[in-house]
Ligand binder design. Structure first.
Ligand code: ATP
Length: 206
């Protein structure tokens, strides 16, 4: 089973890294791919270029077993649609389950994503929730796909929806960029190697 964790990673931080590790362990994934988008379809172009964001991700994951930065969205023209990413992964991983991990915030906006229904043709969707979180009423489309037993995600390669509790750290890339712009120390919110890279490349300074 392979996990897919997409994001802007502008920059990557312990909120991403901790949840990625927890879901890797929870589902005994063979690997989790962290996939930075080249052009996010739903937001302004990030301050750090896609190559820099990928480089920071590689630094953060260096020496971490089972977690890999995947550059496929950088090598595609146009907006980074998750459905294209999953389609290309599916071609490589013909006989494996693919789990697409989304935060609750991303899941709430899923229906604005390009060809969002087709995501389920290529992967299961796992929504990462806070302990104690109750998801909103699901419409028929999602309700038909909802499963309570994670073993089913291994039996079938795609098509299910599952909710998984994770520890959510109150860290956001936005807050980190704001700290740096104010010349404050972002230490302990993200790996030191990433901070060193940000400093060296003078990223996010006001
Ligand atoms: P920004 O502040 O720039 O919007 P972000 O910190 O929310 O960025 P993204 O790269 O947009 O990071 O997030 C990618 C994915 O990581 C999303 O699915 C999001 O829900 C999840 N995520 C981000 N921060 C956290 C966190 N602190 N805990 C758990 N999941 C997170």
């Amino acid at each position: 089973m392979i996990g897919v964790y997409g994001g802007t990673f502008n920059p990557v931080h312990y909120g991403h890294l901790r949840t990625a590790l927890e879901v890797s362990e929870a589902f005994a994934l063979d690997e989790i791919r962290l996939i930075p988008c080249r052009l996010p379809p739903h937001r302004r172009q990030p301050q750090a270029s896609a190559e820099l964001r990928l480089r920071m991700l590689q630094l953060a994951l260096s020496g971490v077993p089972g977690m890999r930065a995947d550059r496929r969205e950088l090598d595609r023209e146009g907006p980074s649609y998750m459905v294209d990413t999953l389609r290309s992964l599916r071609r490589e991983l013909a006989d494996q389950s693919i789990l697409l991990f989304l935060g609750v915030d991303a899941f709430a906006k899923l229906k604005t994503w390009h060809q969002w229904r087709q995501l389920f043709d290529y992967a299961h969707i796992v929504v990462m929730t806070r302990p104690g979180h109750r998801h909103d009423e699901l419409d028929d489309f999602f309700d038909r796909r909802l499963v309570e037993r994670p073993a089913l995600l291994r039996k079938q390669q795609a098509g299910y929806l599952y909710f998984q509790h994770v520890t959510q750290l109150d860290i956001s890339a936005t807050a980190i960029r704001e700290l740096i712009a104010l010349n404050k120390d972002p230490r302990f919110l993200l790996p030191d190697s990433v901070i060193a890279y940000i400093t060296e490349h003078k990223l996010y300074r006001g």
